[in-house]
Ligand binder design. Structure first.
Ligand code: DC
Length: 206
């Protein structure tokens, strides 16, 4: 039986950490769908046309280096607003979601557009200030001397683009459990996510 867990939310809300932990807990495969948009954004920075880049995407591209940088994140957010780019990435995500054994996908539109029939849906969020501070600490640990204000501006800019675009905007699915991690430790966030998935599984037919 396939079991799909859809986890959406804004940048730096702790989605990736929660998703990886949930996938590990339930023994499911995990896809960070932001990476698909980052691959396309990376290729566009290299001069490839966005729709062509999305149509030509293959699984190995997700292992490329240099997909985590702020320039690639901004490029990803821009290409993600192009409907033809999103359309070209749908089949890849749905095939992953329905793989035997089940899967966790995280992104912005998994519960609303890609897998509206997912057995469990979570919307992981946190205040913009908390998200910016977390990202800033990560960047500083990685040796960057970027200012907190610059990271906060970047978070606001991506939030605006991700929530205001007309195609698949970022929003919780009506039946998603909203998990605000602003005041939670990683362990608390993961425990609440696992509990929400267990509740959804117990409620699922069959
Ligand atoms: O999760 P991330 O920061 O790696 O995502 C990079 C960008 O990709 C983000 O600004 C919005 C976009 N994205 C999207 O539109 N839909 C998804 N399912 C995942 C990411």
């Amino acid at each position: 039986m396939s079991f799909t867990i859809a986890i959406d939310g804004p940048a730096a809300a702790g989605k990736g950490t929660v998703s990886r932990a949930v996938a590990g807990h339930f023994g499911l495969a995990y896809l960070d769908t932001g990476l698909l948009y980052r691959v396309v954004g990376r290729k566009v920075l290299d001069g490839v046309e966005p729709v062509e880049a999305a149509q030509g995407l293959v699984a190995e591209d997700l292992r490329a280096e240099g997909l985590r940088g702020a320039d690639v994140a901004q490029a990803a957010s821009r290409v993600a607003a192009i409907p033809e780019v999103r359309a070209a990435l749908v089949d890849f995500q749905r095939a992953f979601a329905r793989r035997a054994g089940g899967a966790v996908l995280d992104g912005r539109d998994i519960g609303t557009v890609i897998c509206p029939e997912a057995e469990a849906k979570l919307f992981v969020t946190a205040s913009a200030e908390v998200r910016a501070r977390r990202r800033w600490l990560e960047l500083r640990e990685a040796g960057s001397d970027v200012e907190l204000e610059a990271v906060l501006a970047d978070v606001h800019e991506r939030d605006a683009r991700d929530t205001e675009r007309s195609e698949a905007p970022l929003r919780p699915a009506d039946d998603a459990v909203v998990l605000d991690t602003s005041d939670l430790s990683i362990e608390e966030a993961v425990a609440q996510a696992v509990a929400a998935v267990n509740a959804a599984r117990d409620a699922a037919p069959g």
